[in-house]
Each structure stands twice: as C-alpha cells, then as structure tokens.
Design a protein. Sequence first.
Length: 259
Amino acid sequence: MDPKRWRLDGQLALVTGGSAGIGRAIARELLGLGADVLLAARDSAGLDDARNELLEDFPQRDIQVFAADIGIEEQRRELLDWVEDEGDGGLHILVNNAGANVSRLAGDYADDEWRAIFEVNVFAAFELSRYLHPLLTRHAASSIVNVGSVSGLTHVRTGAPYGMSKAAMHQMTRNLAVEWAEDGIRVNAVAPWYIRTRRTSGALADPDYLDEVLLRTPLGRIGEPEEVAAAVAFLCLPAASYVTGECIAVDGGFLRYGF
C-alpha cells in the first residue's frame, strides 16, 4: 500500500464557514492529513479563535484566515482576491461548507429571507467554484467537496428554501463533476443529517423533538462534526481518485428510514 494515497501533504485547501462546527472540524481533519488550510467565515473573532486553536495542535502547518460574508457578492470577490494571493501556487481543495437557513412555513418567508438562503447555499458555492477553477487546474488532480444536506434528498423540517437550495447544490455537484473531469477536478458532496453543532443546538434542546429525531435515526444518536469531516477528507484524498459526482450521506442511516 502506498501511504501517500492517504495523505494530503503539500496541498492547500480553502474551507468556507470554517470558524466553528463542521467547518472547523473539516479544517482539523485536513490539517491532520498534512494539508495547509485557508479558512473563511463571517465571524472574525471566531476565525481567530479557530486559527489559534488549530495552530496549537498543528504548529507545523500554515493556517490563514479571512473574514467575509460570502452571501454578499462584493465580499465574495474580496475573498477570491485573497485566495489568489495566498494560493499563488494554485489550490488543491475547495470545501463549500458555509450555509444559511431560516426555518419557516413556506408561506411565511419574506422574499429577502428565502433569497438570502439561495445566495449562500447555491450562488456563492457556484461562484467560488467557478472563479477558483483556474487555481484548481494548476494541479493534475484537485477536489471540490460541497457540504449539502439530507434535506436536499428528502423532506425534513428545515423549511422548503433550505431543502431546495441543497438539492440545487447536489445537482451542481453532478454537473461540475462531469464538466470538469477533463480538467482533473473531482467534485463530490456530503449530505449530513442532524450533527451536534451550535446551529442545531436549539432544536435538539427540545427533548420531545430529539426523541423524534433519534427514533428515525437507525444508529440512535446525533452525529458529530468530526464524522462529517472524515467523509469530506476521504473525498479529497488520492485514495478517492476514482470517485466523482457522488453524494455521501453522513446520516446514521436516516435516509433509509425517513422522517
């Protein structure tokens, strides 16, 4: 076995939404496999905290951060300029992890609310992928991983716009995988169910709702950010070099049960 197939030494990764939760766990996993990491998120203080924590554990790695709200086009462009400066040798990995949601009944959304969900979950991910394409093609083999959701594959109670946007992200994954295969870019996605993060803590604090969730989850527990990160990291590895256009559910079996 070639151990290099299970390493990311010398590679540079950009992770959006990297200040906390799944994004921070993804950064940690990639760093542990030898990659250097660029982190982007809206929360400047959270980014600094994430960088300091990760540098304590990986002092030999290069970790840079940039505060930007990728739901705002001007700030997306500023992020892209920064990545071009930091990645003058090219980019190996892009993880579109940043996400947005407001959970309401379909008729209760204001126009700006549901459009903002699409702006982050679909338009920003597409634009970052498209504009970082030249940096990714500087290497013979690069990878994009989109963090989707089971809500893009079946009905859950997160609100119609969120599910619609994640379904669009999954289809974007399939389209770009086919279109960019000849460029040496693999494009895949992961689809988490409930993961223990700050965003899900409110809903899961309701014991009755938590019981409902667990009854529909064959493994009988809530997932951890590190479990999503492990799936993302696998899709980035040379060992996954023949995997593209796929969406891996990280859901404790939920999609085999339904909700």
